[in-house]
Design a protein around this ligand. Structure first.
Ligand code: NDP
Length: 505
């Protein structure tokens, strides 16, 4: 195929794409070299703001296929038939790492999936952990700041990190998982994904159920040892991106089996844990994983910036049949994730192809703003009810009254929640109980994780990694961390204390 002729960004042919125009030899360059102006002017504007978290990432296209019937519990159309496939785009990432950092560092991994459903876009923006450090979004900026660089030294600050965590003991469950072997997955394909958050399924009868999503890797769980991760950080910091791209390029498509845990509102009200607390899991024996489908990634992006960098995920992207719960962190993210996309990409970010709901049509009264590139609603009136209907004599007052009753669609589902709160049979006051302050509950699951999930070798490595990091903190902070761990398991704390006392730390 012949190489296309070089042009300016306005499509005009450029006869000399590699040489500036000068006034004689050797120069100077002339201002009328519009190709040069075009090229430099665009180069100056190549960078957009980085994501404030999940900055470094890789992505791929694929599909989600329903394998098991869940139509009794959700009205979501993309889930309503076994065998139905929905296109997806997935972005994996490191949570707090900077853009140039290695993909082999100990950090949470983002696991964000965009489902292009026939009823609009649903995003499942989860991670490789079933829990999170905090349950209150007010603490989120502080959590991230403690993992950033010190304001003066511009160095990472273990004192700030561990001081914060020791004062937020509900973080221990996440800390234990992060410093376990799974804290450094071997690339993006050997890890599970979790919604972490509790969502709500709503079926055609308007019945609510709480759900959590689990994506179990079919490649098997595989992690990097600390030594291997450190060596890769030096020789191949883009290890995970390379691995994902190479697998798909050679048609070795990674896949995950998708499961849900389902909880009835009555069970939620009576359950020992606050089911909206993202620092807790729902034990499998109480709420077994139920199969729903499979996720397959089978197409690499054609262009990283266009598809991966510009992809914007938010839990506020919901479809009928899937709603949010009162999980506080999830509620905070409804604002923060979409707000971040508007800042980073502009008000019309949903018109960027990777973010556009291509399986359906957008029909609303949003207009204008920077980069309105999809026709901007054409000649249609820019308010929610076309003037043509009013002139044709439609009974608009009656239709407005109808808007107060539950209807199928995003934004209307709040009605069913309101109905549920006032329903006498479920005491939602109990479900809603506030766990703002740490309580003994916060130490039960981390203790169980230490005692029953980890084997002896993994426990020893966990202790060694915690000691390695804590050794760089001031003594009062270390002591406070030990106090937090002691509340979960005395032997764990003793092992860590012993390790911190050994001279090689
Ligand atoms: P189970 O005893 O039924 O299973 C233990 C779970 O832990 C498995 O899902 C396993 O994943 C996972 N796991 C194993 N090693 C690690 C690790 N290093 N980091 C994170 N997860 C790991 O679990 P229960 O439901 O009874 O809960 C017991 C404890 O297990 C919980 O307190 C929690 O700490 C942990 N856990 C629970 C999950 C849940 O959703 N219930 C999910 C993940 C962890 P795999 O099946 O892939 O081996």
């Amino acid at each position: 195929m012949a190489t296309p002729k070089h042009t300016t960004s306005l499509g005009c042919p450029v006869h000399s794409p590699s040489t500036s125009m000068t006034a004689g030899m050797p120069g100077p360059i002339v201002l009328q070299d519009v190709h040069l102006l075009d090229k430099l002017g665009h180069f100056d504007r190549e960078r957009i703001p980085d994501r404030v978290v999940h900055t470094k990432g890789a992505g791929a296209h694929g599909f989600f296929e329903v394998t098991d019937d869940v139509s009794a519990v959700t009205d979501a159309k993309f889930l309503n038939r076994v065998g139905k496939r929905t296109p997806v785009f997935v972005r994996f990432s490191n949570m707090v790492s900077e853009k140039g950092s290695s993909e082999t560092v100990r950090d949470l991994r983002g696991f964000a999936i965009k489902f292009y459903t026939e009823e609009g876009i649903w995003d499942m923006s989860g991670s490789n952990s079933p829990v999170f450090f905090i349950r209150d979004p007010l603490k989120y900026p502080d959590l991230i700041h403690t993992q950033r660089r010190h304001p003066q030294t511009n160095l990472h600050d273990p004192d700030a990190y561990w001081d914060f965590l020791s004062l937020v003991p509900e973080s221990l469950h996440q800390v234990a998982m992060l410093y376990s072997d799974r804290g450094i997955p071997d690339g993006y394909c050997h890890m599970n994904g979790y919604s972490g958050h509790t969502y709500k399924f709503v079926n055609g009868k308007g019945e609510d159920r709480f759900v959590k999503f689990h994506f179990k890797t079919n490649q098997g769980i595989k992690n990097l040892t600390d030594e291997k991760a450190a060596s890769l950080a030096g020789v191949d910091p883009d290890y995970a991106t390379r691995d994902l791209f190479a697998r798909i390029a050679k048609a070795d498509f990674p896949s995950w089996n998708v499961y849900i845990q389902i909880m009835e509102p009555e069970q939620a009200a009576a359950y020992q844990w606050n089911v909206f607390d993202v620092t807790k899991v729902w034990p499998h024996k109480d709420f077994p994983l139920q199969p729903v489908g499979r996720l397959v990634l089978n197409r690499n992006p054609e262009n990283h910036f266009a598809e991966v960098e510009q992809a914007a995920f938010s839990p506020a992207n919901l479809v009928p049949g899937i709603d949010v719960s009162w999980d506080k962190l999830l509620q905070g993210r409804l604002f923060a994730c979409t707000d971040a996309a508007r800042y980073r990409l502009g008000a019309n970010f949903t018109q960027i192809p990777v973010n556009a709901p291509f399986a359906t049509r957008v029909h609303n009264s949003q207009r204008d703003g920077r980069m309105a590139i999809n026709g901007n609603g054409g000649s249609a009136q820019a308010y929610y009810r076309p003037v043509e209907e009013s002139l044709a004599g439609a009974d608009l007052a009656a239709r407005d009254a109808v808007a107060d009753t539950p209807e199928r669609g995003v934004g209307a589902a709040a009605e069913s929640t309101v109905a549920a709160i006032s329903a006498p049979k479920v005491d939602h006051q109990i479900v809603m109980r506030h766990r703002v302050l740490p309580s003994d509950d916060d130490f039960v699951q981390p203790g169980e994780f230490w005692r029953t999930v980890l084997g002896a070798d993994e426990r020893s490595r966990l202790v060694s990694r915690l000691a390695g990091s804590l050794a760089r903190t001031k003594r009062p902070i270390r002591t406070r961390v030990l106090g937090v761990i002691r509340r979960a398991d005395a032997e764990w704390a003793a092992a860590l204390e012993q390790r911190l006392l050994t001279p090689r730390i």
